[in-house]
Design a protein around this ligand. Structure first.
Ligand code: SF4
Length: 512
């Protein structure tokens, strides 16, 4: 709701002390405003039916004699509730006034006041701090040069508080606080020292895209994507309590937004920007250097499966991956060796190399070309079966692993069964990733559309994103891909894969 349509009831109480349960109200003062226009006022002394401490009487001027003939809260409260009905409750240090009135509502069987109350002290911390030495009502009244002066009498203080509220709303407008929702969020916001920087988001559109937080020297500190750029960026200032975010907001000097045509383009542009800038505050998207592949070189004399960091397209080797880490790749390698008894030793072997077999040979886990138990033809057959399983028909491999896992579980060898399960998962992940990449890259020119994203074009696996969105994106590495997918583009293709799995887009065009 726009603030101009909100009716505020600005309230102040005088009491016999600070405890809503042990003390009582001695005076209620309130004024109502809408759109900056004063609508009415309410003032009533209240007989607390208990002595007023002298220190309080000295401060407020309200003593036992003054309230002796005044009505008790039972008579005043209904009139106040009627006066404030439908309004947003406002007070300075609102928890105090709200707490006292709700304690009275509770004692007299009235429903509690609708909350949350709006606290002008908290709002001042967001809007004028540190331009004021403190956020006491008298200090703020002086800062805004209010006509009403706080006197520790309820109506005077409510009038002064209302003027302070309007001063704060004027300043808050420059920070983008233009609706009741903005106001409630601003009051709750943490990260007080940087709240004023929320104005850095003012130029961002309410549209999907990617945002970049930049430092004083224009370094990219953080890259993120959002369906609503303005709302997402503003949310960092409203209550993200993470230490990392506080540090990020300390350093940010400018925020750039790049409008995208939909969720997928935003995901891809985000991945490319993170890879290009490696921003200090991004964790996800910077781990591609940990990626690894499995490689099988059938041209070797006695091929074995190797974990390698980089893939060289066109070098004749069969690759699986990229995996997210070499540990993950090693698990998948162990899965293959579980069902295909090829050699695991790293000794360099020519066709005629011979040496003593290791224990794997006697366990039946390796066909042992080392001591001549197998010949190149039989070994080649095993390697060809493994290669064809990996590239076209992995079902047999996966089923063999599942059988092994079930047999171990049946024999109550649960730890070993769990190890086989982990290896099976790693292998299935690598196979699924390789098959998807092969389909996407092999599709040539591909056009997909979904309900939310218009037609998106891919050129050999690479989304044609960026040029239309922002000229600066021309520099990002978005060239067409060859298999296997380079590990630095793995996050980008993961984003495409999960988007396709979620949105199940239509294929509008496919070269192959
Ligand atoms: S049995 Fe021979 S070929 Fe197989 S892993 Fe052991 S040493 Fe290597």
């Amino acid at each position: 709701m726009p603030l101009s349509q909100v009716t505020f009831c600005v309230v102040d109480l005088e009491t016999t002390g600070g405890s809503p349960t042990n003390d009582a109200i001695t005076e209620i003062g309130a004024v109502t405003y809408r759109g900056g226009e004063r609508l009415g006022s309410f003032q009533s002394l209240v007989n607390p039916l208990r002595p007023i401490p002298p220190s309080i009487a000295n401060l407020t001027g309200i003593d036992d004699r003054l309230v002796a003939s005044e009505p008790p809260i039972e008579q005043v409260l209904p009139a106040f509730l009627e006066f404030s009905r439908g309004c947003v409750f406002v007070a300075h240090n609102a928890r105090f006034d709200f707490g006292f009135l709700n304690a009275s509502c509770d004692a007299l069987d009235y429903p509690p006041l609708p909350g949350p109350p709006l606290c002008t002290a908290r709002l001042a911390r967001r809007v004028v701090w540190p331009d004021v030495p403190n956020v006491k009502l008298a200090t703020l009244a002086n800062y805004f040069r209010t006509r009403a002066t706080p006197t520790h009498r309820a109506l005077d203080d409510a009038e002064a508080c209302a003027e302070v509220l309007h001063g704060l709303l004027d300043l808050g407008g420059r920070l983008g606080i233009v609706s009741l929702g903005d106001l409630e969020l601003a009051v709750r916001a943490r990260g007080r020292p940087n709240f004023g920087k929320i104005a850095l988001a003012d130029h961002l559109p309410h549209a999907p895209g990617v945002y970049l937080f930049r430092s004083r020297d224009d370094r990219v500190l953080y890259v993120g994507k959002a369906n609503d750029l303005r709302a997402r960026v503003r949310s960092y200032f409203y209550g993200d309590a993470r230490k990392k975010i506080a540090n990020l907001l300390d350093e940010v000097r400018t925020i750039e937004g790049i409008r995208c045509r939909g969720e997928l383009e935003a995901l891809v542009v985000e991945a490319r920007l993170i890879r290009t800038h490696e921003p200090k505050y991004n964790r996800r998207g910077k781990t591609w250097r940990r990626g690894a592949y499995l490689a099988l070189d059938q041209a070797e004399a006695w091929p074995r499966v190797k974990v390698v960091r980089a893939a060289k397209p066109g070098d004749g080797r069969l690759y699986l991956g990229p995996f997210t880490s070499s540990a993950r790749a090693r698990l998948a390698k162990e899965a293959l060796e579980e069902v295909a008894p090829i050699r695991r030793c790293t000794t360099s072997m020519a066709t005629g190399t011979r040496f003593a077999a290791c224990a794997l040979a006697d366990m039946g886990r390796c066909v042992a070309p080392c001591d001549g138990r197998t010949d190149p033809e039989r070994y080649g057959e095993l390697v060809r079966w493994l290669a064809s399983s990996l590239s076209t028909s992995p079902g047999e491999l996966l089923e063999a692993l599942e059988r092994r896992m079930s047999a171990l579980a049946d024999a109550e060898r649960y730890e070993e069964a769990a190890s086989v399960r982990d290896r099976l998962h790693a292998l299935a992940e690598g196979l699924s990733r390789s098959r998807f990449d092969a389909w996407l890259i092999g599709a040539g020119h591909l056009e997909l559309s979904s309900e939310r994203d218009r037609v998106l074009s891919f050129d050999r696996g690479s989304l044609e994103a960026g040029r239309a969105a922002h000229p600066a994106l021309d520099d990002l590495d978005g060239h067409p891909l060859v298999r296997p997918c380079p590990r630095e583009r793995a996050d980008e293709l993961s984003a495409v894969r999960s988007w396709i799995a979620t949105h199940r887009p239509r294929i509008e065009r496919c070269d192959r």
